[in-house]
Design a protein around this ligand. Structure first.
Ligand SMILES: O=C(O)CCC(=O)C(=O)O
Ligand SMILES: [Fe+2]
Length: 633
């Protein structure tokens, strides 16, 4: 994880003529004074959410905890460290829970929860004779981590303060002005960001949302195999005595065999539904056979030249930034495939805004690729399914059809979170080409775009092993569970299906050292999806087009002025003309494009960026370029 100092700087902080609202260094939030000798008598509970005796572990009256400051958090951490010096008991777990309940906001309490879990975990020293001790190096690492996170907490607190001030102001403005129909957070609807609503939001440095404290690189992982011994293993066998689950779902049986197969499929769905509800994710092994994986790979290999770099949303927030390719965050190449939907849902549109007509063939979504691959659409826009088109992606069509059947007809009845699944996204073929390509930890749907279930079918050759990398790391488990947060590592074995709740489950793809293939579909919750589509449809057409134009304008500006020549280590020379050009081009940017560029560069405002661009000096431009090149821009 990079720290803030590694971010692209904004050129040598100029003093603007009319100073825009640059962030001021706020005084640290009030630090509660900690009683040293005899603890203050426990105050009467103000929230009723905590237990007096347990909260005194912190030596803080609870009302002060509500004023949580980084300092108070450090004390919480010290407390948990001392708790960790001994074998934790269930009482300690209760203490942890009650501490958590005393925290005012989820992200802070999540931070503490994670710290406490780690402390308790490290207390488990497998030495029966000597009492468990926290090793010094672990303690040091732990404290360092805590300190690092404290800085983040401070930032979050500052931001929250700014936000609440802004909200108060907004409230006042609103009272005076007529009500507006725009989204309350001012964010750009996900529908407008991309034809394919699949771009997780990252900050400039590739981290997740700053409110989510990322312990990804720190928490020890558990492999699927290690879980096999426990009753909560997420794996269900996908083979049946009549063949793979996929083939059984597609075949029609007669008489008693039909009844039997119905039972078998229902029981598999029941198991998968239970796993999902327990762990938020589930695995089906051998959903398709090895032979089928080979067929699928042949079809995909034929179109691999048409794959293009995937994109993520980079910037300060949902509304400021751009959807660009950042290989260090997400290194796969993708090809979107349309058609083959078993459901004909009124809220479903493909990437071209066309309503898919029933059960068509599957073909690339992009017109240019369609042309090259030789699939066709007739002039009226309705897909004609010729035998040759069917044949090109026949195995893919079947695989997806069987997934659709399993999810819509079986699984959705077994899990209340999936009861309103009614349509799915286009299918995304993805290859991580090896060489360390990865996808950093993210949650697929953080913008209520409707996606509820992510389903991946891995298409790798036999023998994929841990050393090949490309593991899917999943943070399953229920939110309220203190334990069970260690990520589970899943090998992308050919024929294996991995599924998880798109809106809840953090996951990542670890660096892959070999080409790694998968097809992914996302299943939509009917109501959330129709709301998301309505939001998209409800926006002004002109505005939408404007966003696309602004994106293109911003990209062009970045390429021409800030993208540098590629090598961040080399001291690139910058001449006067180049420096002037940054300012000139920045002055010519539209307001929207300027907002995007400022977001990417981490400038506090558009005005600030413009000012900086006009006073750009050699060092600043070089640093800015280096920063952007670190992001892969
Ligand atoms: O391929 C995988 O295992 C996961 C990929 C992923 O997270 C995504 O495409 O959103
Ligand atoms: Fe994902």
């Amino acid at each position: 994880m990079k720290d803030e100092s590694a971010l692209p700087p904004v050129a040598a902080a100029p003093t603007p003529v009319n100073p825009p609202s640059a962030p001021s260094t706020k005084p640290a939030p009030p630090v509660p004074t900690r009683p040293t000798s005899s603890p203050a008598p426990a105050p009467a509970p103000s929230t009723g959410q905590y237990n007096n005796t347990k909260v005194t572990v912190l030596n803080y009256p609870t009302d002060r905890l509500q004023l949580i400051s980084p300092r108070a958090l450090v004390d919480v951490v010290s407390t948990c460290l001392s708790l960790a010096q001994k074998q934790p008991s269930s009482n300690d777990t209760m203490t942890i829970k009650s501490i958590m309940e005393s925290f005012p906001s989820k992200s802070q309490s999540e931070l503490c929860r994670q710290l406490l879990i780690q402390a308790v975990k490290f207390a488990h020293q497998p030495s029966p004779s000597s009492p468990p001790v926290l090793p010094d190096d672990v303690k040091e690492r732990f404290v360092k981590l805590a300190e690092h996170q404290m800085t983040k907490v401070e930032e979050v607190l500052e931001k929250n303060l700014e936000k609440s001030n802004a909200l108060v102001k907004q409230g006042q403005d609103h009272a005076a002005a007529a009500s507006s129909s725009s989204r309350p957070d001012g964010s750009i609807n996900v529908e407008k960001r991309s034809t394919h609503a699949h771009a997780p939001v990252f900050n400039k440095d590739g981290d997740e949302d700053q409110n989510d404290f990322n312990f990804a690189s720190w928490l020890p992982s558990v492999t699927l195999e290690e879980l096999e011994t426990e009753e909560n293993k997420p794996t269900v066998a996908g083979s049946t005595k009549n063949g793979s689950l996929s083939s059984v779902l597609l075949r029609s049986f007669k008489g008693s065999e039909k009844r039997n197969m119905k039972k078998v499929v229902a029981s598999k769905a029941d198991k998968v539904g239970k796993k999902l509800q327990k762990s938020n994710f589930a695995i089906i092994d051998d959903f398709v056979t090895v032979a089928k994986v080979k067929e699928l790979r042949n079809e995909i290999d034929n179109v691999e030249p048409h794959f293009s770099a995937s994109e993520i949303w980079v910037g300060k927030g949902a509304g400021v930034g751009a959807q660009i390719s950042v290989p260090s965050v997400r290194g796969d190449k993708v090809l979107w495939m349309c058609g083959g939907h078993v459901k004909n849902d009124s809220t479903l549109f493909d990437s071209a805004g066309v309503q898919p007509k029933g059960k068509g063939a599957i073909e690339p979504c992009e017109a240019k690729v369609k042309e090259k691959v030789g699939t066709t659409i007739d002039k009226g826009g309705i897909r004609r399914v010729s035998a040759s088109v069917m044949g090109k992606f026949g195995a893919l069509k079947q695989a997806i059809e069987s997934l659709d059947k399993f999810v819509f007809e079986e699984l959705s009845a077994k899990d209340p979170r999936l009861s309103r699944l009614s349509s799915r996204s286009d299918a995304m073929l993805a290859v991580y080409p090896g060489g360390g390509s990865r996808f950093q930890r993210h949650i697929d749907n953080t913008a209520q775009d409707g996606r509820r279930l992510t389903v991946l079918l891995y298409l790798n050759e036999e023998g994929w092993c841990k050393e090949d990398g490309g593991l899917l790391k999943v943070w399953g488990g229920k939110e309220e569970e203190v334990e069970g947060r260690a990520p589970v590592e899943v090998l992308p074995l050919g024929g294996r299906v991995a599924m998880f709740y798109s809106d809840l489950v953090p996951h990542e793809v670890t660096p892959a050292h070999k080409a790694r293939y998968a097809v992914t579909v996302w299943y939509y919750d009917r109501i959330e999806r129709s709301e998301a589509v309505a939001m998209g449809a409800g926006t002004e057409k002109g505005e939408e087009a404007g966003d696309v134009e602004a994106q293109a304008e911003a990209s062009k500006f970045i390429k021409e002025t800030l993208a540098g020549k590629g090598d961040e280590e080399v001291d690139e020379t910058v001449d006067e003309t180049e420096l002037r050009r940054v300012g000139e081009l920045a002055n010519g940017l539209s307001k929207k494009a300027l907002k995007i560029v400022a977001g990417i560069c981490g400038a506090p405002s558009e005005e600030y960026f413009l000012e900086a661009a006009n006073r750009m000096d050699e060092r600043s431009l070089r640093e800015l370029r280096q920063g952007l090149s670190k992001m892969g821009v």
